[in-house]
Every structure is written in C-alpha cells, then in structure tokens.
Design a protein around this ligand. Structure first.
Ligand code: HEC
Length: 178
C-alpha cells in the first residue's frame, strides 16, 4: 500500500466505528450543563423507544399512528395551554414551523433536551411531570403539527419525508374559531 492509502485505511478503521456508535449528548439549553437522567421518573425509562433514542437520537414514535392518540392527549394536557392547540403559539412560542428561538430544537435531541431540562420563565423542566417515554410521544405530536416544508423536517426519515403532509390547522381559512 502507498502511504496515503495506508493513512486512509487507518482513518476509516478508527473513525467509522466511532461515528456509528456515537450516542447523542444532552445539555441544558440555557446553561449548557449535561442533563442528568437520574432525575427522570422511574416509569417509562427503558421502553424500546427510550433506549433507541438514547442510543441514536432517533424518535421511533414520529409519525407512528399507534401512539398518536396518546401523544395528542399528552400535548393537550401538558403543552397546548401555553403553546396553542395547534402549536401555533400563545404565551409560549409557536412550535409548528421552522423558526426556533433555540435552533437546537430543530432536531429531536435538542427538542428532548428542552423538554427534559426546560428553558426560561414559564417553560419549566418536564422531568418531574412526564416520563421519558411520554416526552418522546409528546415530541412526536409536536412534530406531527409541523406546517413547514417536509424537506426541512430533519427528524423524519427520507421515507417519511416523501409522504409527510404539512399539518393543516382547522380554521386556517374556514369556520373554526380557535
Ligand atoms: C406554563 C406555560 C408553558 C407550558 C405548560 C409549556 N411551555 Fe414550552 N415554552 C413556554 C415559554 C414561555 C417558552 C419560551 C421560553 C424561552 O424562550 O426560554 C417556551 C419554550 C418552549 C420551547 C422552545 C421553543 C423555541 O422556539 O426554541 C419548546 C420546544 C417548548 N417550549 C416545548 C414545550 C412542550 C412540548 C410543552 C409540553 C410538554 C411545553 N413547552 C409546555 C411556556 C410553556
């Protein structure tokens, strides 16, 4: 082997496994401190979805019709009072488009970190109110309410992007009073 080839082979051998195994890191969105999952509720810590998410940063609940009814209920009970029924924004900012106060929320590791650790003011941490599994479901509903271009929806798989229809709030144009 020539020297550049050896170097390239070495680089591949060392880099690829590291990249493939790199688990996501979670930080408090305000002060940057690592999130401590020891605080999480006992229940719902080791579901398949939570384990997969902690390993990969990928939320298998996204666009999963089986959990959507529960996801919708969780959002309605825990978030809609401040963020609006369709996540269009109320006393808290809108969560249904591509604009984020904290750009890290555009991916699911960031969104999860915001839920778990909270942000400022009324956006308190959710670790005492939702299980880790429920946070993933709530996130899936927030993502389902997305009204923007599916191409920008980095949380969807390529397959999901191809079929995702931006959410259409009732009342955008017709008779709903919300
Ligand atoms: C008591 C009111 C309140 C509740 C309940 C609440 N939020 Fe918030 N939320 C806020 C406020 C106010 C902000 C703005 C905080 C900031 O900018 O630091 C915010 C910010 C956020 C952000 C950051 C948005 C951005 O643009 O970066 C996300 C994401 C978020 N909330 C999601 C949720 C979800 C999901 C729930 C339900 C589990 C929830 N919030 C419950 C009031 C609330």
């Amino acid at each position: 082997m020539t020297k550049p080839k050896i170097l390239a082979a070495l680089a591949l051998a060392t880099l690829v496994p590291v990249a493939a195994m790199a688990a996501p890191q979670f930080f408090n969105i305000i002060d940057g401190s690592p999130l401590n999952f020891d605080d999480a509720m006992e229940e719902g810590r080791d579901t398949e979805a939570v384990k997969h998410f902690m390993d990969t940063g990928e939320n298998i609940y996204n666009e999963n019709p089986e959990i959507m009814p529960e996801a919708e209920e969780l959002y309605a009970g825990m978030c809609s009072g401040c963020h609006g029924h369709y996540a269009e924004g109320k006393i808290g900012p809108g969560l249904n488009d591509s604009y984020w106060t904290y750009p890290s929320n555009e991916d699911d590791v960031g969104l999860f970190s915001t839920l778990y650790g909270g942000a400022t003011g009324q956006m308190g941490p959710m670790w005492g109110s939702l299980t880790l599994d429920e946070m993933l479901m709530t996130m899936a509903w927030v993502r389902h309410l997305y009204t923007g271009d599916p191409k920008d929806a980095v949380w969807l798989t390529d397959e999901q992007k191809a079929t995702f229809k931006p959410f259409q709030p009732k009342g955008s144009g017709d008779d709903d009073q919300s």
